[in-house]
Ligand binder design. Structure first.
Ligand code: FAD
Length: 549
């Protein structure tokens, strides 16, 4: 039977619905109240007006008896389902079921509404033509004057497109994540406040390798140090960067890692309602950072370089040993010559002494000639250009060059570099030599101490634009009285001097001074020796002059 708008049954429904709206059950969605309360009041409406409101509501509305038999359906229902109301009135709402909603959902629906509770959920319905759609449904019980369920009021809308959009979005998200995770490079999105918004597998692996230290923070610090990159202004002004070489030094004994980094600014669209028509001028921006790890190839290049270095260091050492030997001879010869000079400057007293003076004069002349030839034989120090150097890199190279000696001495290396150090301008070979002297001394000291546990600790950090390098050993240490003496030329305090000429610390100090820095021994350190090397970042090399070292 087709119910018309003016039938007596309609009046009955209107009555029931009006009293339902006068005191809606707890949880009744506002949409239902709004749809029926078009005139803004909760009082009883004239049936004609009420039906007009419901009729014109843009959402599919149906009213059923307590067994879900449809007694009323509005125009939006007809439009959405394709059924004319005459075709569904008198039928169960199940006419809309596509038979693919699980029973448990219906059980939940019925369980709620029978307990006079509002039910909200999603069902798979089908239209008259058989086309399936997703129905977002709200069912509210309508009670009669005695509190018994008189009707059920249902509102539903088609959310198929929304669902498809969500699915597509979630597919796109999975696709993007899978692509990012499969990418053989580190990818991360960083906000202007340095928060990581998004990352991939390679990034997470790095986080594990760096023992929880945020890689994004390390990359940003390195880029700040190396190219003066400023995340805030990059996010504001849109400046990115491409192919910047970055070296990270995780603490502990792990080796350095090298990356080639690029960054682009990505603007985030404001999804606030008020920004629907016009995006605000100040949109949030992030930095998309990609970092390709090149540690393997850098290590191979460095290995080859290290072999070349070994050869050149051996040659340099030979020349240095010669310099030291000749300098030592000059130094030692100077003393008797000074005595002869002093004797000759004394006043003449007798004939016998005339002969002696004659002999002394001859000795002095021939010694002066020997001194001259010794000076001429002294190999001149090699000239070295100033270049950009990374102290962590140099120290690491020296450690690798000393590996055999460290192992032979049973020493444990505690390598604690600053994760990122700014480059300085300096003489690479000279600086390498400086650290080689200090590390050689540490090995010698520990060997002389005959300790069971032998340790060398290397630490680097940046303090007020000054690179501070600590070389610490747990050998016998250097006492207060010797702290300055050990820097004197040809001073040798080792029990077994061997080939040591006592020039190591002198030369190390000379190199540091040549870089406007210094080497000093920590007087307050106990349990070994701690040597501080201080090298200003903008020291002597700041001007990139090419004076010899
Ligand atoms: P049914 O045998 O009818 O029901 C399946 C399960 O539902 C049963 O096992 C039982 O647990 C429960 N159930 C059914 N009827 C009752 C009852 N009278 N009392 C207690 N439990 C019961 N279904 C849709 O698929 N699409 C709709 O858009 C939709 N709109 C609805 C609107 C209203 C206002 C109401 C009250 C129900 C609506 N339903 C809708 C549910 C519908 O009435 C059916 O229960 C459902 O479609 C399943 O029908 P069925 O023939 O597959 O199985």
């Amino acid at each position: 039977m087709i119910q018309t708008k003016s039938s007596p049954a309609s009046a009955e429904i209107v009555d029931a619905i009006s009293s339902f709206l006068a005191s809606p059950p707890e949880g009744t969605p506002v949409e239902i109240i709004e749809a029926f309360d078009a005139f803004g009041s909760m009082q009883h409406l004239p049936p004609k007006l009420f039906l007009e409101t419901v009729e014109q509501a843009p959402v599919a509305i149906s009213i059923t008896d307590p067994t879900a038999k449809i007694v009323y359906a509005n125009s939006a229902f007809e439009l959405l389902t394709g059924y004319a109301r005459g075709e569904v009135i008198g039928h169960n709402e199940s006419v809309l079921s596509s038979r693919s909603t699980p029973d448990s959902v219906y059980e939940d629906l019925w369980d709620s509404i029978k307990r006079r509770k509002v039910w909200r959920g999603t069902l798979v319905n089908h239209k008259k033509g058989g086309e399936g759609y997703l129905a977002e449904l709200v069912v509210s019980p309508v009670l009669d004057n005695q509190g018994a369920i008189a009707y059920y009021l249902a509102m539903h809308r088609d959310i198929t497109e929304l669902h498809q959009l969500e699915r597509r979005l979630s597919f796109q998200k999975s696709l993007t994540e899978a692509a990012l995770d499969a990418a053989p490079m580190v990818v991360t999105m960083i906000t202007a406040e340095r928060k990581v918004l998004l990352d991939n597998h390679a990034y997470k692996a790095l986080l594990g390798d760096f023992r929880g230290m945020e890689p994004a923070e390390m990359f940003l610090n390195a880029l700040e140090q190396q190219i003066g990159f400023d995340l805030m202004s990059a996010c504001r002004a849109g400046e990115g960067f491409t192919n910047i070489d970055v070296r990270l030094d995780p603490s502990g004994s792990a080796s350095p890692r090298w990356f080639i980094c690029s960054g682009v600014r990505v603007a985030e669209l404001d999804d606030a309602a008020q920004s629907y028509f016009r995006q605000p001028e100040q949109t949030r921006c992030c930095l998309l950072l990609t970092a390709i790890e090149v540690t393997g190839s850098r290590r191979r290049i460095n290995d080859a370089r290290l072999n070349m270095l070994r050869t050149s260091i051996a040659e340099q050492q030979m020349v240095q040993t010669m310099r030291e030997a000749i300098s030592a001879s000059i130094f030692k010869l100077q003393e008797p010559l000074n005595i002869i000079r002093a004797a000759l400057s004394m006043p003449e007293t007798g004939a016998d002494q005339n002969g002696l003076r004659q002999a002394l004069r001859h000795a002095l002349q021939s010694s002066d000639r020997v001194m001259e030839s010794l000076h001429a034989a002294l190999p001149s120090p090699t000239a070295e250009q100033m270049t950009t150097v990374n102290i962590n890199e140099i120290l690491h190279e020296v450690v690798r060059l000393s590996t055999e000696r460290l192992l032979a001495s049973g020493m444990v290396l505690d390598w604690r570099p600053a994760a990122v150090l700014p480059p300085m301008i300096g003489r690479t070979n000279a600086l390498r030599g400086l650290f080689k002297y200090l590390i050689d001394n540490a090995i010698q000291a520990v060997n002389e101490s005959r300790r069971d546990y032998r340790e060398l600790r290397l630490q680097t950090r940046l303090v007020n634009r000054e690179l501070v390098i600590e070389v610490i050993d747990n050998g016998p240490g250097i006492n207060e009285a010797m702290r300055l003496k050990v820097f004197e030329p040809f001073f040798c305090g080792w029990r077994k001097a061997g080939t040591h000429a006592g020039m190591g610390l002198t030369l190390a100090q000379e190199v540091a001074l040549g870089h406007d820095g210094g080497v000093e021994i920590d007087a307050d350190f106990h349990g070994g020796c701690r040597v501080f090397v201080r090298l200003p970042v903008n020291g002597a090399g700041g001007g990139l002059s090419d004076e010899p070292g």
